[in-house]
Design a protein around this ligand. Structure first.
Ligand code: NAI
Ligand code: AKG
Length: 384
C-alpha cells in the first residue's frame, strides 16, 4: 500500500510510535476484490479483541489509521465498563458504503479476520450492516451481531439505542431531578441505525426533537413517524445542529463533533449520544466542563451493542441483554457523581473507573485455567 513510501526513516519510526499502544495493527490489501482495510487490536488483557467494522471513504490512509487506532482503544475501555470478557479492537474498510460494497469485498475481509486465529471478533459499525457480514461469515466464524436467522441476537443497534436512552434518563435525573424524557428537548445528529431508534423512542414518549441528517430519506421517515406520535420533530440543516436552543445534544453520526468550533456554538446543558469518539481531543472534555455542559462519556453510553454481541456467545437472549443494558443508567450516574466529588471531568472519571477494572480483571486472568466456554473457547464447538 506504499504506507512508508516517500517517508524518511525518522518518519517511518514515528508511524510505528503512533501504533505503540496497540498490540497488533494489520493492513489488509486484496486487489482482486478492491479491499483496503485496517484491523487494530489495542489490548487483549480481558480477552480476544472485539469491535465493529466501519466503512468510510477516508481521504487518506493516515485518516483511516488514526480512526481505527482511536476507536480500538475506546473499545478496551468500553469492554471493561460493560464487564465483558473481551479486549479492544476495531476495523475500518476504506471505501464508500453507498457504492463500493460487494460480496467479494466482505468475503476477503472475512479471510483477514480468520487469519487472526480468534484474536479479533467483529460486526457492524457506521457504514456497514449485517447483510454485509453474511458474506464474511462464509470465511470466518469470528463475526458477532449475527442475524437471528443464523442463531444470533440480531440488530445490535437496538440495545445501543436503548443504552443511549438510559444515558439520557440518567442525565435528566442529574440535571432536572427527574428521569422522564418528555419534559426535556433534544437535538439529534444522524438518523441512522442508532439515531433513528433514539428519535423514534423520544417521539413516542411525547418529546420535542430537532434532527438533522445528510440523507433526506431518513428525515422524511422520521417526519412520517412523528405524525403518529404525541411528540414533535423540527428539521435543521447539518451545520445548524450545534446551535440549537435545546437541553440535550445527541450525536449519533461521526466522531470529532465536539471541537473548538462547535463548543462555542453549543447552547445545551448536556451531550449524550452514541457516536464513538465525540470529543475531537480529550481536552475538549475540559472545555465542555468549563462551559457547564455535562458530558456523558460516549463509550459508556453506547455500550448496548457491545453488551448484546458479547452476550450472543452464551446464546441469544434479548431479555438478558436489555437487563444488562439497563446498567448503563447506574454507571452514568456513578460517573457524574465521581466527577463531581473529585472535581475532574466526566471522561477522566470514566477512564479512572475503567483503568481500575482492567487492573483488577488482569489479576484474575493471570491465573491460568484450561479454556472455559464461553469466556475463552468462543464458538469452538458451535456452528451456524
Ligand atoms: N450501531 C451500533 O450498534 C453502534 C454504533 N456506534 C456509533 O454510533 C454512531 C452511529 O452509528 P450507526 O447508527 O450504526 O451508523 P449509521 O451509518 O447507520 O448512521 C449514521 C447516520 O449519520 C448520518 N450522517 C453522517 N454524517 C452526518 C453529518 N455530518 N450530519 C448529519 N448526519 C450525518 C448518516 O446519513 C446516517 O444516517 C457511529 O459513530 C457508531 O460508531 C457505537 C456503538 C454501537
Ligand atoms: O456493536 C457492535 O456490533 C460491536 C461493538 C462496537 O464496535 C462498538 O461498540 O463500537
Amino acid at each position: 500500500m506504499g504506507l512508508t513510501k516517500g517517508l524518511s526513516v525518522d518518519e517511518e519510526f514515528k508511524l510505528l510510535d503512533k501504533m505503540s499502544e496497540h498490540e497488533q495493527v494489520v493492513f489488509c490489501n486484496d486487489p482482486s476484490s478492491g479491499l483496503r482495510a485496517i484491523i487494530a487490536i489495542h489490548n487483549t488483557t480481558l480477552g480476544p479483541a472485539l469491535g465493529g467494522c466501519r466503512m468510510h471513504p477516508y481521504p487518506s490512509l493516515d485518516h483511516a489509521l488514526d480512526d481505527v487506532l482511536r476507536l480500538s482503544k475506546g473499545m478496551s475501555y468500553k469492554c471493561a465498563a460493560a464487564d465483558v470478557d473481551f479486549g479492544g479492537g476495531k476495523a475500518v474498510i476504506i471505501g464508500d458504503p453507498q457504492t463500493d460494497k460487494t460480496a467479494e469485498l466482505f468475503r476477503a475481509f472475512g479471510q483477514f479476520v480468520e487469519s487472526l486465529g480468534g484474536r479479533f471478533y467483529t460486526g457492524t459499525d457506521m457504514g456497514t450492516t449485517m447483510d454485509d457480514f453474511i458474506h464474511s461469515m462464509r470465511e470466518t466464524k469470528n463475526i458477532v451481531g449475527v442475524p437471528e436467522a443464523y442463531g444470533g441476537g440480531g440488530d445490535s443497534s437496538i440495545p445501543t439505542a436503548m443504552g443511549v436512552i438510559y444515558g439520557i434518563r440518567a442525565t435528566n435525573q442529574t440535571l432536572f431531578g427527574s428521569n422522564t424524557l418528555s419534559r426535556a428537548t433534544y437535538s439529534i445528529q444522524g438518523l441512522g441505525k442508532v439515531g433513528y431508534k433514539v428519535a423514534e423512542y423520544l417521539l413516542e414518549q411525547g418529546a420535542h426533537i430537532t434532527v438533522t441528517d445528510v440523507c433526506d430519506e431518513n428525515i422524511r421517515s422520521i417526519q412520517r413517524k412523528a405524525a403518529t406520535t404525541s411528540g414533535a420533530v423540527s428539521v435543521v440543516e447539518p451545520h445548524e445542529i450545534y446551535s440549537q436552543n435545546v437541553d440535550l445534544f445527541i450525536p449519533c453520526a461521526v466522531g470529532g463533533v465536539i471541537n473548538d468550533e462547535t463548543i462555542d456554538l453549543l447552547k445545551v446543558k448536556a451531550v449524550v449520544g452514541s457516536a464513538n469518539n465525540q470529543l475531537k481531543l480529550e481536552e475538549h472534555g475540559n472545555r465542555l466542563a468549563e462551559k457547564g455542559i455535562l458530558y456523558a462519556p460516549d463509550y459508556i453510553v453506547n455500550a448496548g451493542g457491545l453488551i448484546q454481541v458479547a452476550d450472543e456467545l452464551y446464546g441469544a437472549n434479548k431479555e438478558r441483554v436489555l437487563s444488562k443494558t439497563k446498567e448503563i443508567y447506574h454507571i452514568i450516574l456513578d460517573v457524574y457523581q465521581q466527577a463531581n466529588s473529585h472535581q475532574i471531568t466526566t471522561l477522566e472519571a470514566a477512564n479512572r473507573i475503567c483503568e481500575k477494572l482492567i487492573a483488577e480483571k488482569a489479576r484474575r486472568n493471570s491465573f491460568y485455567t484450561r479454556s472455559v466456554r464461553p469466556k475463552w473457547d468462543i464458538r469452538n464447538q458451535s456452528s451456524y
